[in-house]
Design a protein around this ligand. Structure first.
Ligand SMILES: [Zn+2]
Length: 289
């Protein structure tokens, strides 16, 4: 499942490839997954892509007039065909299926944005939990799921004071607390396990038991592991691909996530895999207290 770093890498890819592009139409193949009101659909042609933003795990495409909100959820992918390909051929060296993705739209493609210069943006999603929504600017501003989100951990508003006050005296375990998007936006299972390892905190510790020094370590560890993920191009565990179809390499640099039964890089003791907050949870029993 794409988390903040993966979505940020996709955002940068879309920005690099499509900024300034002019939309010509949106072709909806699966109406439940790709949603657009008829009046917005009608006024899409001619609108320019002015910015590609990210809030938590959401992508927000800012058009001259309207907005496109994309949430990839479990298996969503956005893929761009270059202008020179007239057929739906993508020069992809690697995909989830480990074969070139060269016959788009396939049965997992749910929507196609067409651009004036013949480029196309495909929304593909095997499990169909993701959503692509064409919204007006006021609709986006009032979008309930966005309003509920906690602070962005890579922004400087994420400081000791905000973190400590949000943590409060909760009796929940820190793993579940960090997964909750209303506390901190954008963290998922991989980066929570990684951040807790870097901070030296056991995932089952209750929030109220955290000492100020531990909160400070967590405050430092969260942006650190997210930035490391972004720098590595994201973690490609299953379906996550960059908009050009390339994979990330962060899966090769994880400290604990997915490493149950293997030796800890720091102390050589065995990484434990357990279930916490209904999620596979990985930690080092020696390095984390
Ligand atoms: Zn260790």
């Amino acid at each position: 499942m794409p988390e903040l770093p993966e979505v940020e890498v996709v955002r940068r890819g879309l920005e690099a490839q499509l900024l300034g592009a002019r939309f010509s139409q949106l072709e909806i193949l699966t109406p439940g997954v790709v949603q657009a009101a008829p009046d917005l659909l009608k006024q899409l042609p001619g609108q320019e892509l002015l910015a590609v933003m990210r809030r938590a795990k959401y992508l927000i495409l800012v058009l001259s007039q309207d907005r496109i909100l994309i949430h990839l959820r479990m298996t969503g992918q956005v893929l761009v065909t270059p202008a020179e390909t007239s057929k739906a051929l993508l020069p992809l060296p690697f995909t989830y299926y480990q074969r070139p993705l060269n016959n788009l739209p396939d049965k997992h493609t749910h929507g196609i944005f067409h651009f004036a210069d013949q480029r196309r943006l495909f929304y593909r999603d095997i499990r169909k939990f993701g959503r692509v929504q064409l919204l007006s600017a006021p609709q986006l501003d009032q979008w309930p799921a966005l309003l509920k989100l906690g602070p962005e951990p890579l922004e400087n508003t994420f400081n000791y004071q905000t973190l400590a006050s949000t943590l409060g005296r909760s009796q929940r375990n820190i793993k579940a607390w960090l997964l909750d998007q209303t506390n901190i936006a954008g963290l998922g299972n991989i980066y929570v396990d990684e951040a807790l390892f870097v901070a030296g905190i056991l995932p089952r510790r209750s929030v109220e038991s955290l000492k100020p020094a531990e909160i400070r370590r967590l405050l430092k560890a969260i942006p650190q592991v997210l930035q490391k993920g972004i720098n590595a191009g994201g973690t490609s565990l299953k379906d996550y691909l960059h908009p050009d179809g390339q994979r990330g390499s962060h899966q090769e640099h994880l400290f604990v996530y997915g490493r149950g039964g293997q030796p800890c890089f720091q102390c050589q003791q065995t990484i434990v895999k357990t279930t916490l907050a209904q999620r596979g949870t990985h930690y080092c029993p020696h390095c984390q207290r």
